[in-house]
Write a protein that binds this ligand. Structure first.
Ligand code: ADP
Ligand code: GLC
Length: 490
């Protein structure tokens, strides 16, 4: 079984969030299931510069305004196709926005090109390597099923995975021709969405199967509250929509051999974890009170992640004698709020704005509890890293957080199942209630240690979910071989 995975991010080559982690980790997990994955990425400067020994396997003179080459290469343990199109990707800044944080004005073309090339490889454009399935991730790859659908030719099975329905990739209708879509594609059964072109919508409508990254989020997005206008379509897809829980890359997140930690540890060597605790306090300048509970957060600073709830809870956090260590980047107002708090309470609140892989690992290993008070969370990976590193996750009862953390209520504590604190509603009062329960658990040292042990024993790897993806691929291969279009609107 050959699968082409298509995405705008892939760890360790380019990452802004969990999408990259998933796209980077799935190929190895799927190899164990007999699935051969190649990953197609845009040729951002950071990606192209990291490659050695590339082979040109495809070329186009004019791909949305300039020449493009498809490079094949093995890098970072992955088999890659990199779309080298300098007019679209060779610029400073991030994958989606320039240094001024504004979205690139030609993002429609930049990511249509990704979907176009994915469809082209899907049809067999690369000699000797035609995939059985093309698996697109998020809106950036969302046009792939549309190009296959309207373009004709060889038809591999198609899967679209939604990592975050909040980002839909909506662009004006007058780009239709420029994006090489036929006029009849502009239809409710095609790419049309609220009078424009919806990249994610197109994929949700036209892929053979749609998945999202946790079973609970799969249910949530079929409701008007969480559906971003796509809930009707998602409901219509019925059992074509599946929730497959993300895993954690347990080779990257392994406290027994993590190069970013001062000392290796595991559930049997918890005193060694103290070295990370001390290193974290020292590195972030928190005072040296080993008895004080240290809260951590590693996160994009956005309302999705509930960063404002952490800010609102600061007086309660300080009054309870807790310390807070935050690593993140995002909205200016939230960055400022956190930095002001750190300036006011330098011994107790520490904030680092920016992206720092090493510090992310040290926070997981050195904090006592990791805060993830998200308003919605398709899956979430940081709470899984926290489980594995013995930091109790404090999470809201939404999406994948619900599916990965077991609340330390009396029943769960009694049967030895609890792994963290799960709270609802997602309000300042709900969050402060969770912190109060956390503090009570902290003072009950035996229950805390047992909960920590359960957390570290939780199964957070990819094995079970890789089996589910492999089974899904077999399903869509059967569909593409039968030549049937499965989904017809009723
Ligand atoms: P999302 O993708 O919604 O941001 P996830 O929890 O799925 O949330 O994934 C976030 C990933 O990004 C995790 O691997 C986390 O460790 C990492 N991360 C988030 N912010 C930072 C940061 N400031 N520095 C380093 N890593 C970060
Ligand atoms: C998105 C979601 C996050 C998920 C990640 C990987 O960024 O916000 O919940 O874990 O994708 O699927």
């Amino acid at each position: 079984m050959r699968v082409l995975s298509v995405a705008s991010e892939c760890y360790p080559l380019v990452k802004t969030g969990g999408l990259a982690d998933v796209v980077g980790a799935l190929p190895a997990a799927l190899a164990a299931e007999g699935v051969e994955v190649r990953t197609l990425l845009p040729g951002y400067p950071g990606v192209v510069d990291a490659l050695h020994g590339t082979e040109v396997v495809q070329a186009e003179d004019d791909l949305f305004g300039g020449p493009a080459r498809l490079l094949a290469v093995r890098a970072a343990g992955l088999d890659l196709f990199v779309l080298d199109a300098p007019h679209l990707y060779a610029r400073p800044g991030g994958p989606y926005a320039g240094p001024d944080r504004r979205d690139w004005p030609d993002n429609a073309q930049r990511f249509a090109a990704l979907g176009w090339m994915a469809a082209s490889v899907g049809r067999g454009a690369v000699e000797g390597w035609a995939p059985d399935v093309v698996h697109a991730h998020d809106w950036q790859a969302g046009l792939m099923p549309a190009y296959l659908h309207y373009g004709g030719g060889r038809r591999p099975g198609t899967v679209l995975t939604v990592h975050n329905l909040a980002f839909g990739g909506w662009f004006p209708a007058d780009l239709l021709g420029a994006l090489r879509l036929p006029a009849h594609a502009f239809d409710i059964e095609g790419v049309e969405f609220y009078g424009g072109i919806g990249f994610l919508k197109a994929g949700l409508r036209l892929a053979d199967r749609v998945t999202t990254v946790s079973p609970t989020y799969a249910r949530e997005i079929t409701t008007p509250e969480e559906g971003y206008g796509l809930d009707g379509l998602l409901r219509a897809r019925g059992t074509d929509l599946r929730g497959i829980l993300n895993g954690l890359d347990t080779a990257v997140w392994d406290p027994t051999r993590d190069p970013h930690l001062p000392k290796p540890f595991d559930a049997a060597r918890m005193t060694a974890r103290e070295a990370s605790r001390a290193a974290l306090r020292h590195r972030m300048g928190l005072d040296d009170d080993p008895a004080a509970l240290v809260l951590g957060a590693v996160t994009r600073l956005t309302p999705q992640k509930g960063t404002d709830l952490i800010l609102a809870a600061l007086p309660a956090i300080l009054a309870a004698g807790m310390r807070l260590a935050v690593l993140g980047a995002g909205e200016a107002g939230l960055e400022d709020g956190l930095q002001r708090a750190a300036a006011e309470h330098p011994d107790r609140v520490a904030v680092r704005i920016g992206y720092d892989e090493a510090l992310a690992h040290l926070i997981q290993a050195g904090c006592d509890a990791l805060l993830v008070p998200s308003r919605f969370e398709p899956c979430g990976l940081t709470q899984m890293a926290a489980l594995r590193y013995g930091a109790l996750p404090v999470v809201s009862r939404v999406g994948g957080l619900t599916d990965t953390v077991i609340d330390a209520n009396e029943a769960a504590l009694a049967v030895g199942a609890a792994t963290g604190i799960v709270f609802a509603p997602v309000t300042p009062a709900g969050f402060e209630g969770a912190l109060a329960r956390l503090a009570a658990l902290w003072h009950d040292r035996d229950s805390w240690a047992r909960t920590q042990g359960n957390a570290m024993a939780a199964q957070v790897g990819w094995e079970a979910s890789a089996r589910r993806y492999a089974a899904l691929y077999r399903e869509v291969v059967a569909i593409s071989r039968s030549g049937l279009t499965v989904f017809t609107e009723t």
